[in-house]
Design a binder for this molecule. Structure first.
Ligand code: PLP
Length: 405
């Protein structure tokens, strides 16, 4: 038992639930207010208050930034309008035409941005297969300004050893950045493993309710945080106060949601593995996944994305998704509701087909964002969809060739 003379050191869960709670002394409101204002009055001539203009600073957005920095154990964070705005912002921390090394199977929007920078001569980008350590080391043998890590990767859930790769990145002179969108700080804290910056699409688990797009960059040290603040204001990529309020509201239930997401995802991955019509299941929580042991060491949870290769390629996927009722066919992930996406025609359509295939994104691949609905409903839905998809496919295509990955 604690009393006022023995202060409680709150756990990460408590910190998340109570972020910004009871912070407005004049009113005593328990939930922090939304500061929906574009500008702030000066006290008098030459007497600026703490804030002057919402693009450069806003109290609601600062509450969210503070909560994210605390969760990621960073010095500070910058909240951006989207995850892509956060990624763009990071690109301004390195000089023009500097070199970036990134995984060849990173999120399609990241790939598109980096590829566009490369083609315009704005940055030199080398996409590398991060499962091939020798290839990564060879790429980092040349001086590199930025090493981009996405782990688990989207959508094949390849796991990267952050500590080892960050060491190689540092030796090459690189700023080491981890896109932690798939796990959130509840399950992975890359700054403790040597990363300089963590990037989030807060659109996903951090907000968790599919009703806001947003992003964030968390910096481990003050110098990077100051540079990020300067560039975010200069570029105008900062997030809106209302979106920040919504994201802070979603954040409070992060740990409770993730517990449920994780249980459902593991159960479905185990069950899908070996079902007729399923060629391959990608989920780091399965012992056959090549990153399973690393994920056990590096993460506190295996995540709630399960990628599955369905028999019958494109047509198999078409038949399968047509039957689903508890999984909405939609882009995005990380909300409480379950979603299914077809990377080849949706999230990764921006990649050219050759690069997509090289990255392993075959036509039969679907990505499930497993929500927090009742497990039995999700399982029954998938079972019926697999059964009906098999009934419309030629026998050879519908056959089972299970492999766990
Ligand atoms: N990073 C990852 C891993 C993502 O999956 C996404 C979006 O799906 C993004 C970044 C981009 O975030 P946003 O859609 O919020 O711009």
């Amino acid at each position: 038992m604690s009393n006022k003379s023995t202060p409680v050191t709150p756990s990460q869960v408590t910190q998340t639930v109570r972020a910004g709670i009871e912070c407005d002394d004049p009113t005593g409101c328990v939930v922090p207010p939304i500061h929906l204002t574009s500008t702030f009055a000066f006290r008098g001539f030459g007497q600026k208050r703490g804030y002057d203009y919402t693009r450069s600073g806003n109290p609601t957005r600062d509450l969210l930034a503070g909560a994210l920095a605390q969760l990621e154990l960073g010095h500070g964070a910058v909240v951006t309008a989207t995850g892509m705005a956060a990624i763009t912002l990071v690109g301004y921390l390195i000089p023009a035409r500097a070199r970036i090394v990134a995984p060849h199977d990173c999120y399609g929007g990241t790939y598109r941005l980096f590829d566009a920078w490369h083609r315009r001569g704005e940055r030199e980008v080398e996409f590398v297969n991060f499962a091939d350590e020798a290839a990564v080391r060879a790429a980092l043998a040349k001086p590199t300004a930025l090493l981009w890590i996405e782990t688990p990767s989207n959508p094949l859930l390849r796991i990267t050893d952050i500590e080892t790769f960050a060491g190689w990145g540092k030796a090459s002179g690189a700023l080491v950045v981890v896109d932690n969108t798939f796990l959130s700080p509840a399950w992975q804290q890359p700054l403790t493993l040597g990363a300089d910056l963590v990037v989030h699409s807060t659109t996903k688990y951090l907000n968790g309710h599919s009703d806001v797009v947003g992003g964030a960059v968390v910096a481990r040290d003050q110098a990077h945080h100051e540079q990020l603040l300067w560039w975010a204001n200069c570029l105008g990529v900062t997030g809106a106060p209302f979106d920040s309020f919504m994201t802070l509201r979603g954040l409070r239930t992060l740990h409770a949601r993730l517990d449920h997401h994780g249980r459902n995802a593991l159960g479905l991955a185990q069950w899908l593995n070996g079902q007729p019509g399923v060629k391959r299941v990608y989920y780091p929580g399965l012992p056959g996944h090549p990153g399973h042991e690393l994920a056990r060491r590096q993460q506190r949870g295996f995540g709630a994305i399960v990628s599955v290769e369905i028999a019958g390629g494109h047509e198999g996927v078409r038949a399968f998704v047509a039957e689903l009722e508890c999984f909405s066919l939609a882009e995005s992930l990380g909300g409480v509701e379950s979603l299914v996406a077809h990377p080849a025609t949706m999230t990764h359509a921006a990649m050219d087909p050759g690069a997509r295939l090289k990255a392993g994104l075959v036509d039969g691949l679907i990505r499930l964002s497993v929500g927090i609905e009742a497990f039995e409903d999700l399982q029954r839905d998938l079972a019926l969809a697999l059964e009906r998809a098999a009934s419309v496919l030629p026998a050879a295509a519908a056959g089972r060739a299970a492999a766990v990955c």
